[in-house]
Design a protein around this ligand. Structure first.
Ligand code: G1P
Length: 289
């Protein structure tokens, strides 16, 4: 029987060293793409996919994320008094409802698998979505929603996948693919950050997952993988052959906001989609050609 996916984990404990000094006092997830913080794109995508409970795995210095999804009475008051109703609506719509959100801390930087494991008690014995906020996906149907549609048909475990250049496999979890039907690819193996010569394909896992709770049993073993870290990929690999496991070749364009260039690319792409900015943006971009 397929159980509904109600909860999502957002691992946001990372230090964001690539964005120093910007991230010295500001969580990298709060850097804006146009006028919305990176984390809000992931939260909105989860909401659009029907997620009802939002679990953030945070760390020291990340309290701005909690404030962002909470009431700001002074701000709302002031906007109201000044009749800035559109801004007020923007601020209110970014809030998460009482009891819908939980924060827990990853006390040691032991890897993505460890961050996910930190949320185990908040998830309990049910399937869960995981969204890595660094990956922003621009698409007609939000990426997690595309995956939910496949989940409704097949259940089991799903990861978002896309093709990457061979020489880039060392940056990703890579899928050993089996049978492919439309956009659904059977996953026969998973390797974290293989060198191009060792990579079983050029199909990379992008930061969207729907996983069964059995993954927590494997994460609990604390086995170290690539880079000496506890890898989510390794725990997921243990589910293959035991439970259905598929990759979803999602429709859409992915931006890697974990890198400076990817982050700037995302800002340009999202600004060009804004009717109030597009003409001016095009003028500006022409100057750089
Ligand atoms: C993480 C995962 C990796 C995945 C990637 C997607 O790596 O470990 O499997 O392909 O996210 O963005 P990271 O980017 O944290 O090194």
């Amino acid at each position: 029987m397929k159980r509904r996916v109600r909860k999502a984990i957002f691992p946001v404990g990372g230090l964001g060293t690539r964005f120093l000094p910007a991230t010295k006092a500001l969580p990298k997830e709060m850097l804006p793409v146009v006028d919305k913080p990176i984390i809000q794109y992931a939260v909105e995508e989860a909401k659009a996919a029907g997620i009802e409970e939002f679990i953030f795995v945070t760390g020291r210095g990340k309290s701005a994320i909690e404030d962002h999804f909470d009431h700001s009475y002074e701000l709302s008051e002031t906007l109201h008094k000044r009749s800035k109703y559109q801004e007020l609506a923007e601020v209110s719509s970014s809030m998460l409802k009482p009891g819908q959100v939980a924060y827990t801390r990853q006390q040691d930087p032991l890897g993505l698998g460890h961050a996910v494991w930190c949320a185990r008690n908040l998830v309990g014995d049910e399937p869960v979505a995981i969204l890595l906020a660094d990956d922003i996906i621009l698409s007609d149907t939000p990426c997690l929603k595309q995956m939910m549609e496949h989940y409704d048909d097949n259940g089991g475990n799903l990861v978002a996948v896309m093709e990457v250049e061979r020489q880039l496999t060392r940056n990703y979890g890579i899928v050993a693919p089996g049978k492919t039907r439309d956009r659904l690819i059977e996953v026969k193996g998973l390797v974290e950050k293989p060198e191009p010569e060792q990579a079983p394909s050029n199909l990379a896992v992008i930061g969207r997952y729907i996983l069964q709770p059995a993954v927590f049993d494997h994460l609990s073993r604390f086995e170290r993988g690539a880079g000496g870290e506890i890898q989510l990929t390794d725990a997921m690999a243990k589910l293959i052959g035991v439970q259905p496991f598929h990759g979803v070749l999602f429709e859409g364009r992915r931006f890697d906001c974990g890198t400076r260039v990817g982050f700037i690319d995302a800002n340009i792409a999202f600004a060009l989609r804004r009717p109030d900015m597009v003409d001016r943006m095009r003028d500006i971009l022409r100057r750089y050609q």
